[in-house]
Write a protein that binds this ligand. Structure first.
Ligand code: PRX
Length: 652
């Protein structure tokens, strides 16, 4: 593993506050007490397969499974022999009762337009889209790329793929044309679904233009479906591009769901790893769907009358699991918002909560820190009394931000669920259960029932209470990734060979005397900027692809707002000297290669990077220099000590 210090970190966080759930909340909750939760966890630990088998009764099966688990380390199959359809589970089975007329999606556009789709309306739209995709030649097993703004059609497109057994690959609308092209090519997508544009802070994000650029070098795509959202001018390539409306209007509003195997890949989603190439995480149908559904119940305590809002974009796993598959499988009502939290003003989120009387609100710590900065007056303009439960995800939440969320948004009444999980885990693994678990600000608390999490040494031995170590999962769980698309070797190496016999998460953690987990951040070369995972290698490859750059190293620096800021050390070709113009050019270059969210915060030019005698860049030193640390610890392996002195002199 890389030379990251996380394992040596002395946790300085001393947090003794404890918040038991309010009696009123517990009384009405699905899981009402610690005793109830512990009984469930015990049952799951004693007989994991029996436990998950019982849970699986919550899904609608076309054909029952014959075996719960087939674990051939590290390859897993859940619910062997079973058949089902994800869109049927998310839609059709709610049509038989009163949920048929219930709002499935409450959508708010950034300009203030809104739409509500009941489960029946969603059923018709999904069927039309599924038939439309079929008419373009999409079959079960094909891959469809979705590059959309946050509009209902993004959800419709995902469910339509699921309906006909196609595997979707959603690419976040903030990714650049180049990043989109790489993802389409890796997936060998046949069809791409996009929009003319999407609204973001009053501006049009020109998605179709990026698609045109990407498709110049993406030969697998033979059809592109374009939704008219913003009305901006787009080029339509004859024979390849079709308008969403024209395609769907011609279709029937019914479409038989395809019965797929439990293990059929529902989707792939690209995420950053330690090497330059993003990896396509593959998720199954049955295990994934069951896991997201169970966590809607355990963690979000979802009730039929709830209005649930997860603010994540559909392009990230949180949007997949907790805007689409989890809530819809649970028959819930979800809010979906197209734009920025400060459009037109800093109170847009609070205005939406008030407008729709949202009950459960799920967002990221980086957003919470931004709200704190904007000031409480924006919150106080609105009536947030409908809220009953709050959640966070994506990075550790600092206790100050937790307390603000608790006091200002939750009015000291709402439990906070700090949910730990990853793109690879599919759904939440470690989290409070709100009617049962007393919370401690900054801790994701305990693993959910059926999840065997532990903190271990590099050799795999459990460490004692309050000792730092590697966070691992010791038994398979239904929502786990099944492989890396086209790269099973990487799946094996990255997750199952670093520490013997277990799934390695890449996070450092410690477990306190109550068995509560405190996540200490990544132990690999992945940094977390505003809750977005970025492989430092990806940023480095982007920088090195610029003709002026000889070598680059990207590291994270602690940042009050974003969690981590991206700092890049760059050496230039020849005798070229760096200046502000080049700095800006390099920032833009990374923006073009990956997307604006990956633009480095700081670029530091240097004539050499600190390396070990074997030639490895010493990232630990760079991280410390970036953070402004004076004591750099052990530098005995450094090849040329003068590099360090020069780097320090260069400090901005
Ligand atoms: O480092 C952990 C952090 O986010 C990583 C996963 O990122 P990604 O796959 O993009 O998924 C984000 C949304 C699930 C983890 O390895 N992380 C996520 N949730 C938490 C967290 N760190 C601390 N506390 C959390 N609640």
């Amino acid at each position: 593993m890389p030379d990251h210090p996380a394992i040596d970190i002395e946790s300085v966080l001393k947090e003794d506050r404890k918040f038991p759930p309010a009696a009123e909340f517990s009384r009405r909750a699905l899981i009402k007490s610690m005793a109830e939760l512990e009984a469930l966890s015990r049952r799951a630990a004693e007989d994991p397969e029996g436990f998950w088998k019982e849970c699986a009764g919550e899904l609608f099966w076309f054909k029952p499974f014959t075996k719960v688990l087939d674990w051939n380390f590290p390859w897993v199959k859940w619910f062997v022999g079973g058949e089902l359809n994800a869109s049927y589970n998310c839609i059709d089975r709610h049509l038989a009762g009163p949920r048929r007329n219930k709002a499935a999606l409450i959508w708010e556009g950034e300009p203030g337009d809104s739409r509500i789709l009941t489960y029946q309306m969603l059923a018709s739209e999904v069927a039309r889209c599924a038939n439309g995709l079929r008419s373009l030649g999409v079959k079960a097993g094909d891959l469809v790329a979705i590059y959309m703004p946050m509009v209902p059609e993004a959800v419709i497109a995902m469910l339509a793929c699921a309906r006909i057994g196609a595997t979707h690959s959603v690419v976040f609308g903030g990714f650049s044309a180049d990043a989109l092209r790489d993802r389409i090519n890796d997936a060998e997508a046949k069809v791409c679904i996009t929009a003319d544009g999407g609204w973001r802070r009053g501006q049009i994000v020109e998605l179709k233009r990026n698609v045109d650029e990407a498709l110049k070098e993406a030969p697998s795509v033979h059809k592109c479906v374009v939704l008219k959202r913003c009305g901006n001018h787009v080029e339509m390539r004859a024979g390849r591009d079709v308008w969403w409306d024209e395609l769907m209007d011609a279709q029937k509003a019914v479409c038989e769901p395809v019965s797929v195997d439990s293990e059929h890949p529902l989707y792939t989603l690209y995420t950053s790893g330690t090497t330059g190439k993003p990896k396509g995480v593959v998720h199954s149908t049955a295990g994934y769907l069951l896991h997201v559904l169970m966590t809607m119940k355990w963690v979000f305590d979802i009730k039929d009358e709830d209005i649930f809002w997860c603010t994540a974009d559909i392009g990230w796993v949180t949007g997949h699991s907790y805007t689409v598959y989890g809530p819809l499988a649970a028959g819930a009502t979800v809010v979906m918002y197209e734009g920025a939290p400060n459009a037109p003003a800093n109170d847009r989120f609070w205005q939406i909560i008030e407008k729709y009387r949202v009950n459960i609100f799920y967002t990221a710590p980086t957003a919470i820190r931004t709200f704190i900065k904007w000031g409480d007056e924006w919150v106080h303009k609105h009536d947030l009394s409908s809220l009953r439960l709050l959640g966070t995800v994506g990075e550790p939440i600092n206790p100050e931000a937790w307390m603000w969320y608790h006091k200002v948004i939750g009015r000291e009444k709402c439990p906070i669920v700090d949910t730990w999980w990853q793109t690879e885990t599919g759904a939440i693994l470690i989290s409070p259960v709100p009617g049962a678990t007393p919370t401690k600000p900054g801790s994701a608390t305990r693993p959910l029932p059926g999840i065997a999490a532990d903190v271990v040494t590099r050799e795999g031995t459990s460490v004692g209470p309050n000792q730092g170590g590697f966070l691992v999962i010791k038994r398979p769980w239904p929502g786990m990734l099944r492989t890396i698309f086209h790269d099973p070797d990487r799946y094996k190496k990255q997750y199952f060979e670093q520490i013997p016999g277990v799934y390695t998460t890449g996070d450092g953690a410690r477990c306190d005397e109550d068995g509560y987990f405190w996540i200490m951040g990544r132990v690999d070369d992945v940094i977390n900027v505003s809750g977005h995972r970025l492989g430092t290698m990806e940023v480095e490859s982007a920088l090195v692809s610029h003709p002026a750059v000889a070598e680059a190293a990207a590291v994270g620096r602690p940042d009050d707002l974003k969690g981590q800021a991206l700092v890049c050390f760059v050496t230039l070709e020849g005798r070229r000297k760096g200046d502000d113009r080049l700095r800006e050019e390099l920032r833009n270059h990374v923006g073009k290669e990956i997307g604006a969210f990956a633009r480095p915060d700081t670029i530091r030019f240097t004539d050499a990077l600190p390396k070990t005698r074997s030639g490895k860049i010493m990232r630990r030193l760079l991280r410390q220099i970036a953070a402004g640390d004076q004591a750099l610890g052990d530098t005995t392996t450094l090849e040329d000590l003068s590099v360090l002195a020069r780097l320090r002199e260069d400090e901005e």
